[in-house]
Design a protein around this ligand. Structure first.
Ligand SMILES: *Cc1c(COP(=O)(O)O)cnc(C)c1O
Length: 400
């Protein structure tokens, strides 16, 4: 498959073909290049590749053919020029910060981002990089937080676990009104199958490949997608020097995961939508958070910037933490784990796990109430999931 034969091809074709290069063995499925280093024809060839005068791989800390195949495929899906794979989603965010920023720079970040992202940005204050956290849904709050020193705006949409949206195009316009300021979007929840932030004006995409790109809960990995110059000049040198690199084996798992990404995202979205509608009608449930519901305060924005609503649904049960924990302990098909984006459904109590390290006040401000339960809806039969939740909720259905 040559790159020009993929010109004008749609997302599912790119997902199954982009980045694939056949070796002299003529294999159909991509091989895994589990090798730490690469050999040269001669001393002169080695010198030329090391000096960057000839193309070729040197060492898998910075380039590897399987990792490159994953990078090219993900870049094609996001509609970006280039991609850099990393060992985890967090190391993609670290690479973003280390590659782009210096002491004295300022970051504006949505308050409802992944908890470890908040922690990582806060810890950068030690190196003279300050972050202001804002209410992501309010474009005016972003504009008000920008200063002449702001170099990066960072957001996640929809957010975890309340599925709050940020208007990507509006925040991109705010970033670009400022000199030398870029917008990075963590596209973990939607993936390029449901949302393409670069087309809406974002400059850089961050991924935790651990979630939907793998989609089967096996490997930890991450990636940055963006302009080739930025990847080459800012991010690649940090990866080469510091080594938060993706393992070739993990890259192969993610590469194959991408082939089924949009099929899976459509199925996750359909089941999550059906469960969200059903949950909304249950007496024990006081509130459901899902962008696909017309009751979601940003449903219109979700229709505009996403092509599907994703697999994450959160709901509040009457009776606070005690009731939430009982529901979690009573389900049978949902696994109790902090991960998301698996073929298997997952149930989580955010207030005591993923958001447990926040102060009670910060949790309250973020809307993470004690009765909140988060579902990552998997690929099981939706009717089986509904029955499992009905059994778990039964003791609390007294408001009828
Ligand atoms: C999990 C996650 C991350 C971190 O990714 P890791 O692969 O666990 O390092 C970042 N952002 C979001 C939205 C996530 O869900």
């Amino acid at each position: 498959m040559t790159d020009d034969s993929l010109e004008n091809c749609g997302l599912d074709t790119l997902a199954t073909h982009a980045g694939s290069r056949r070796s002299p063995e003529r294999e159909n499925s991509e091989p895994v290049f589990l090798t730490s280093s690469f050999c040269f024809d001669s001393a002169a060839h080695a010198a030329a590749v090391f000096a960057g005068e000839a193309d070729g791989n040197v060492y898998s800390r910075f380039t590897n053919p399987t990792v490159r195949a994953f990078e090219e495929r993900l870049a094609a899906l996001e509609g970006g020029e280039a991609c850099l794979a990393t060992a985890s989603g967090m190391s993609a965010i670290l690479t973003l910060v280390m590659g782009l920023l210096k002491s004295g720079d300022h970051v504006v970040c949505s308050r409802s981002v992944f908890g470890t992202t908040t922690g990582l940005l806060q810890s950068m204050a030690r190196f003279g990089i300050e972050t202001t956290f804002v209410a992501g849904a309010d474009p005016a709050a972003w504009a008000a937080a920008v200063t002449p020193r702001t170099r990066l705006l960072f957001l996640e949409t929809p957010s975890n676990p309340l599925t709050e949206l940020v208007d990507i195009a509006a925040v991109a316009a705010i970033a670009h009104a400022q000199a030398d300021c870029l917008l990075a979007v963590d596209n973990c929840f939607c993936t390029p199958a449901l949302q393409r932030p670069l087309a809406l004006g974002a400059d850089i995409i961050i991924h935790s490949a651990t979630k939907y790109l793998d989609g089967q809960g096996r490997c930890v990995g991450g990636a940055l997608v963006g302009p080739a110059k930025l990847i080459r000049e800012k991010f690649f040198p940090f990866l080469r020097a510091a080594g938060p690199s993706m393992s070739p084996f993990n890259a192969w798992v993610f590469l194959k995961g991408l082939e089924t990404l949009s099929l899976r995202m459509r199925a996750h979205s359909a089941s999550a939508g059906a469960l969200a509608e059903w949950l909304q009608a249950q007496p024990a449930v006081s509130r459901v958070h899902y962008p696909g519901l017309t009751s979601h305060p940003q449903h219109v924005l979700a229709r505009r910037q996403q092509t599907g609503f994703g697999g994450i649904v959160s709901f509040e049960v009457e009776g606070g933490r005690q009731a939430a924990w009982q529901v979690i302990d009573r389900v049978r098909l949902f696994a109790i784990t902090g991960n998301l984006g698996d073929t298997r459904s997952i149930i989580t109590h955010p207030a005591s796990t993923t958001h447990g390290r926040l102060s009670a006040e910060d949790r309250m401000n973020a809307g993470i109430v004690e009765g909140l339960v988060r579902l990552s809806v998997g690929l099981e039969e939706v009717e089986d999931l509904r029955r499992d939740l009905a059994t778990a909720l039964a003791p609390f259905q007294t408001r009828a």
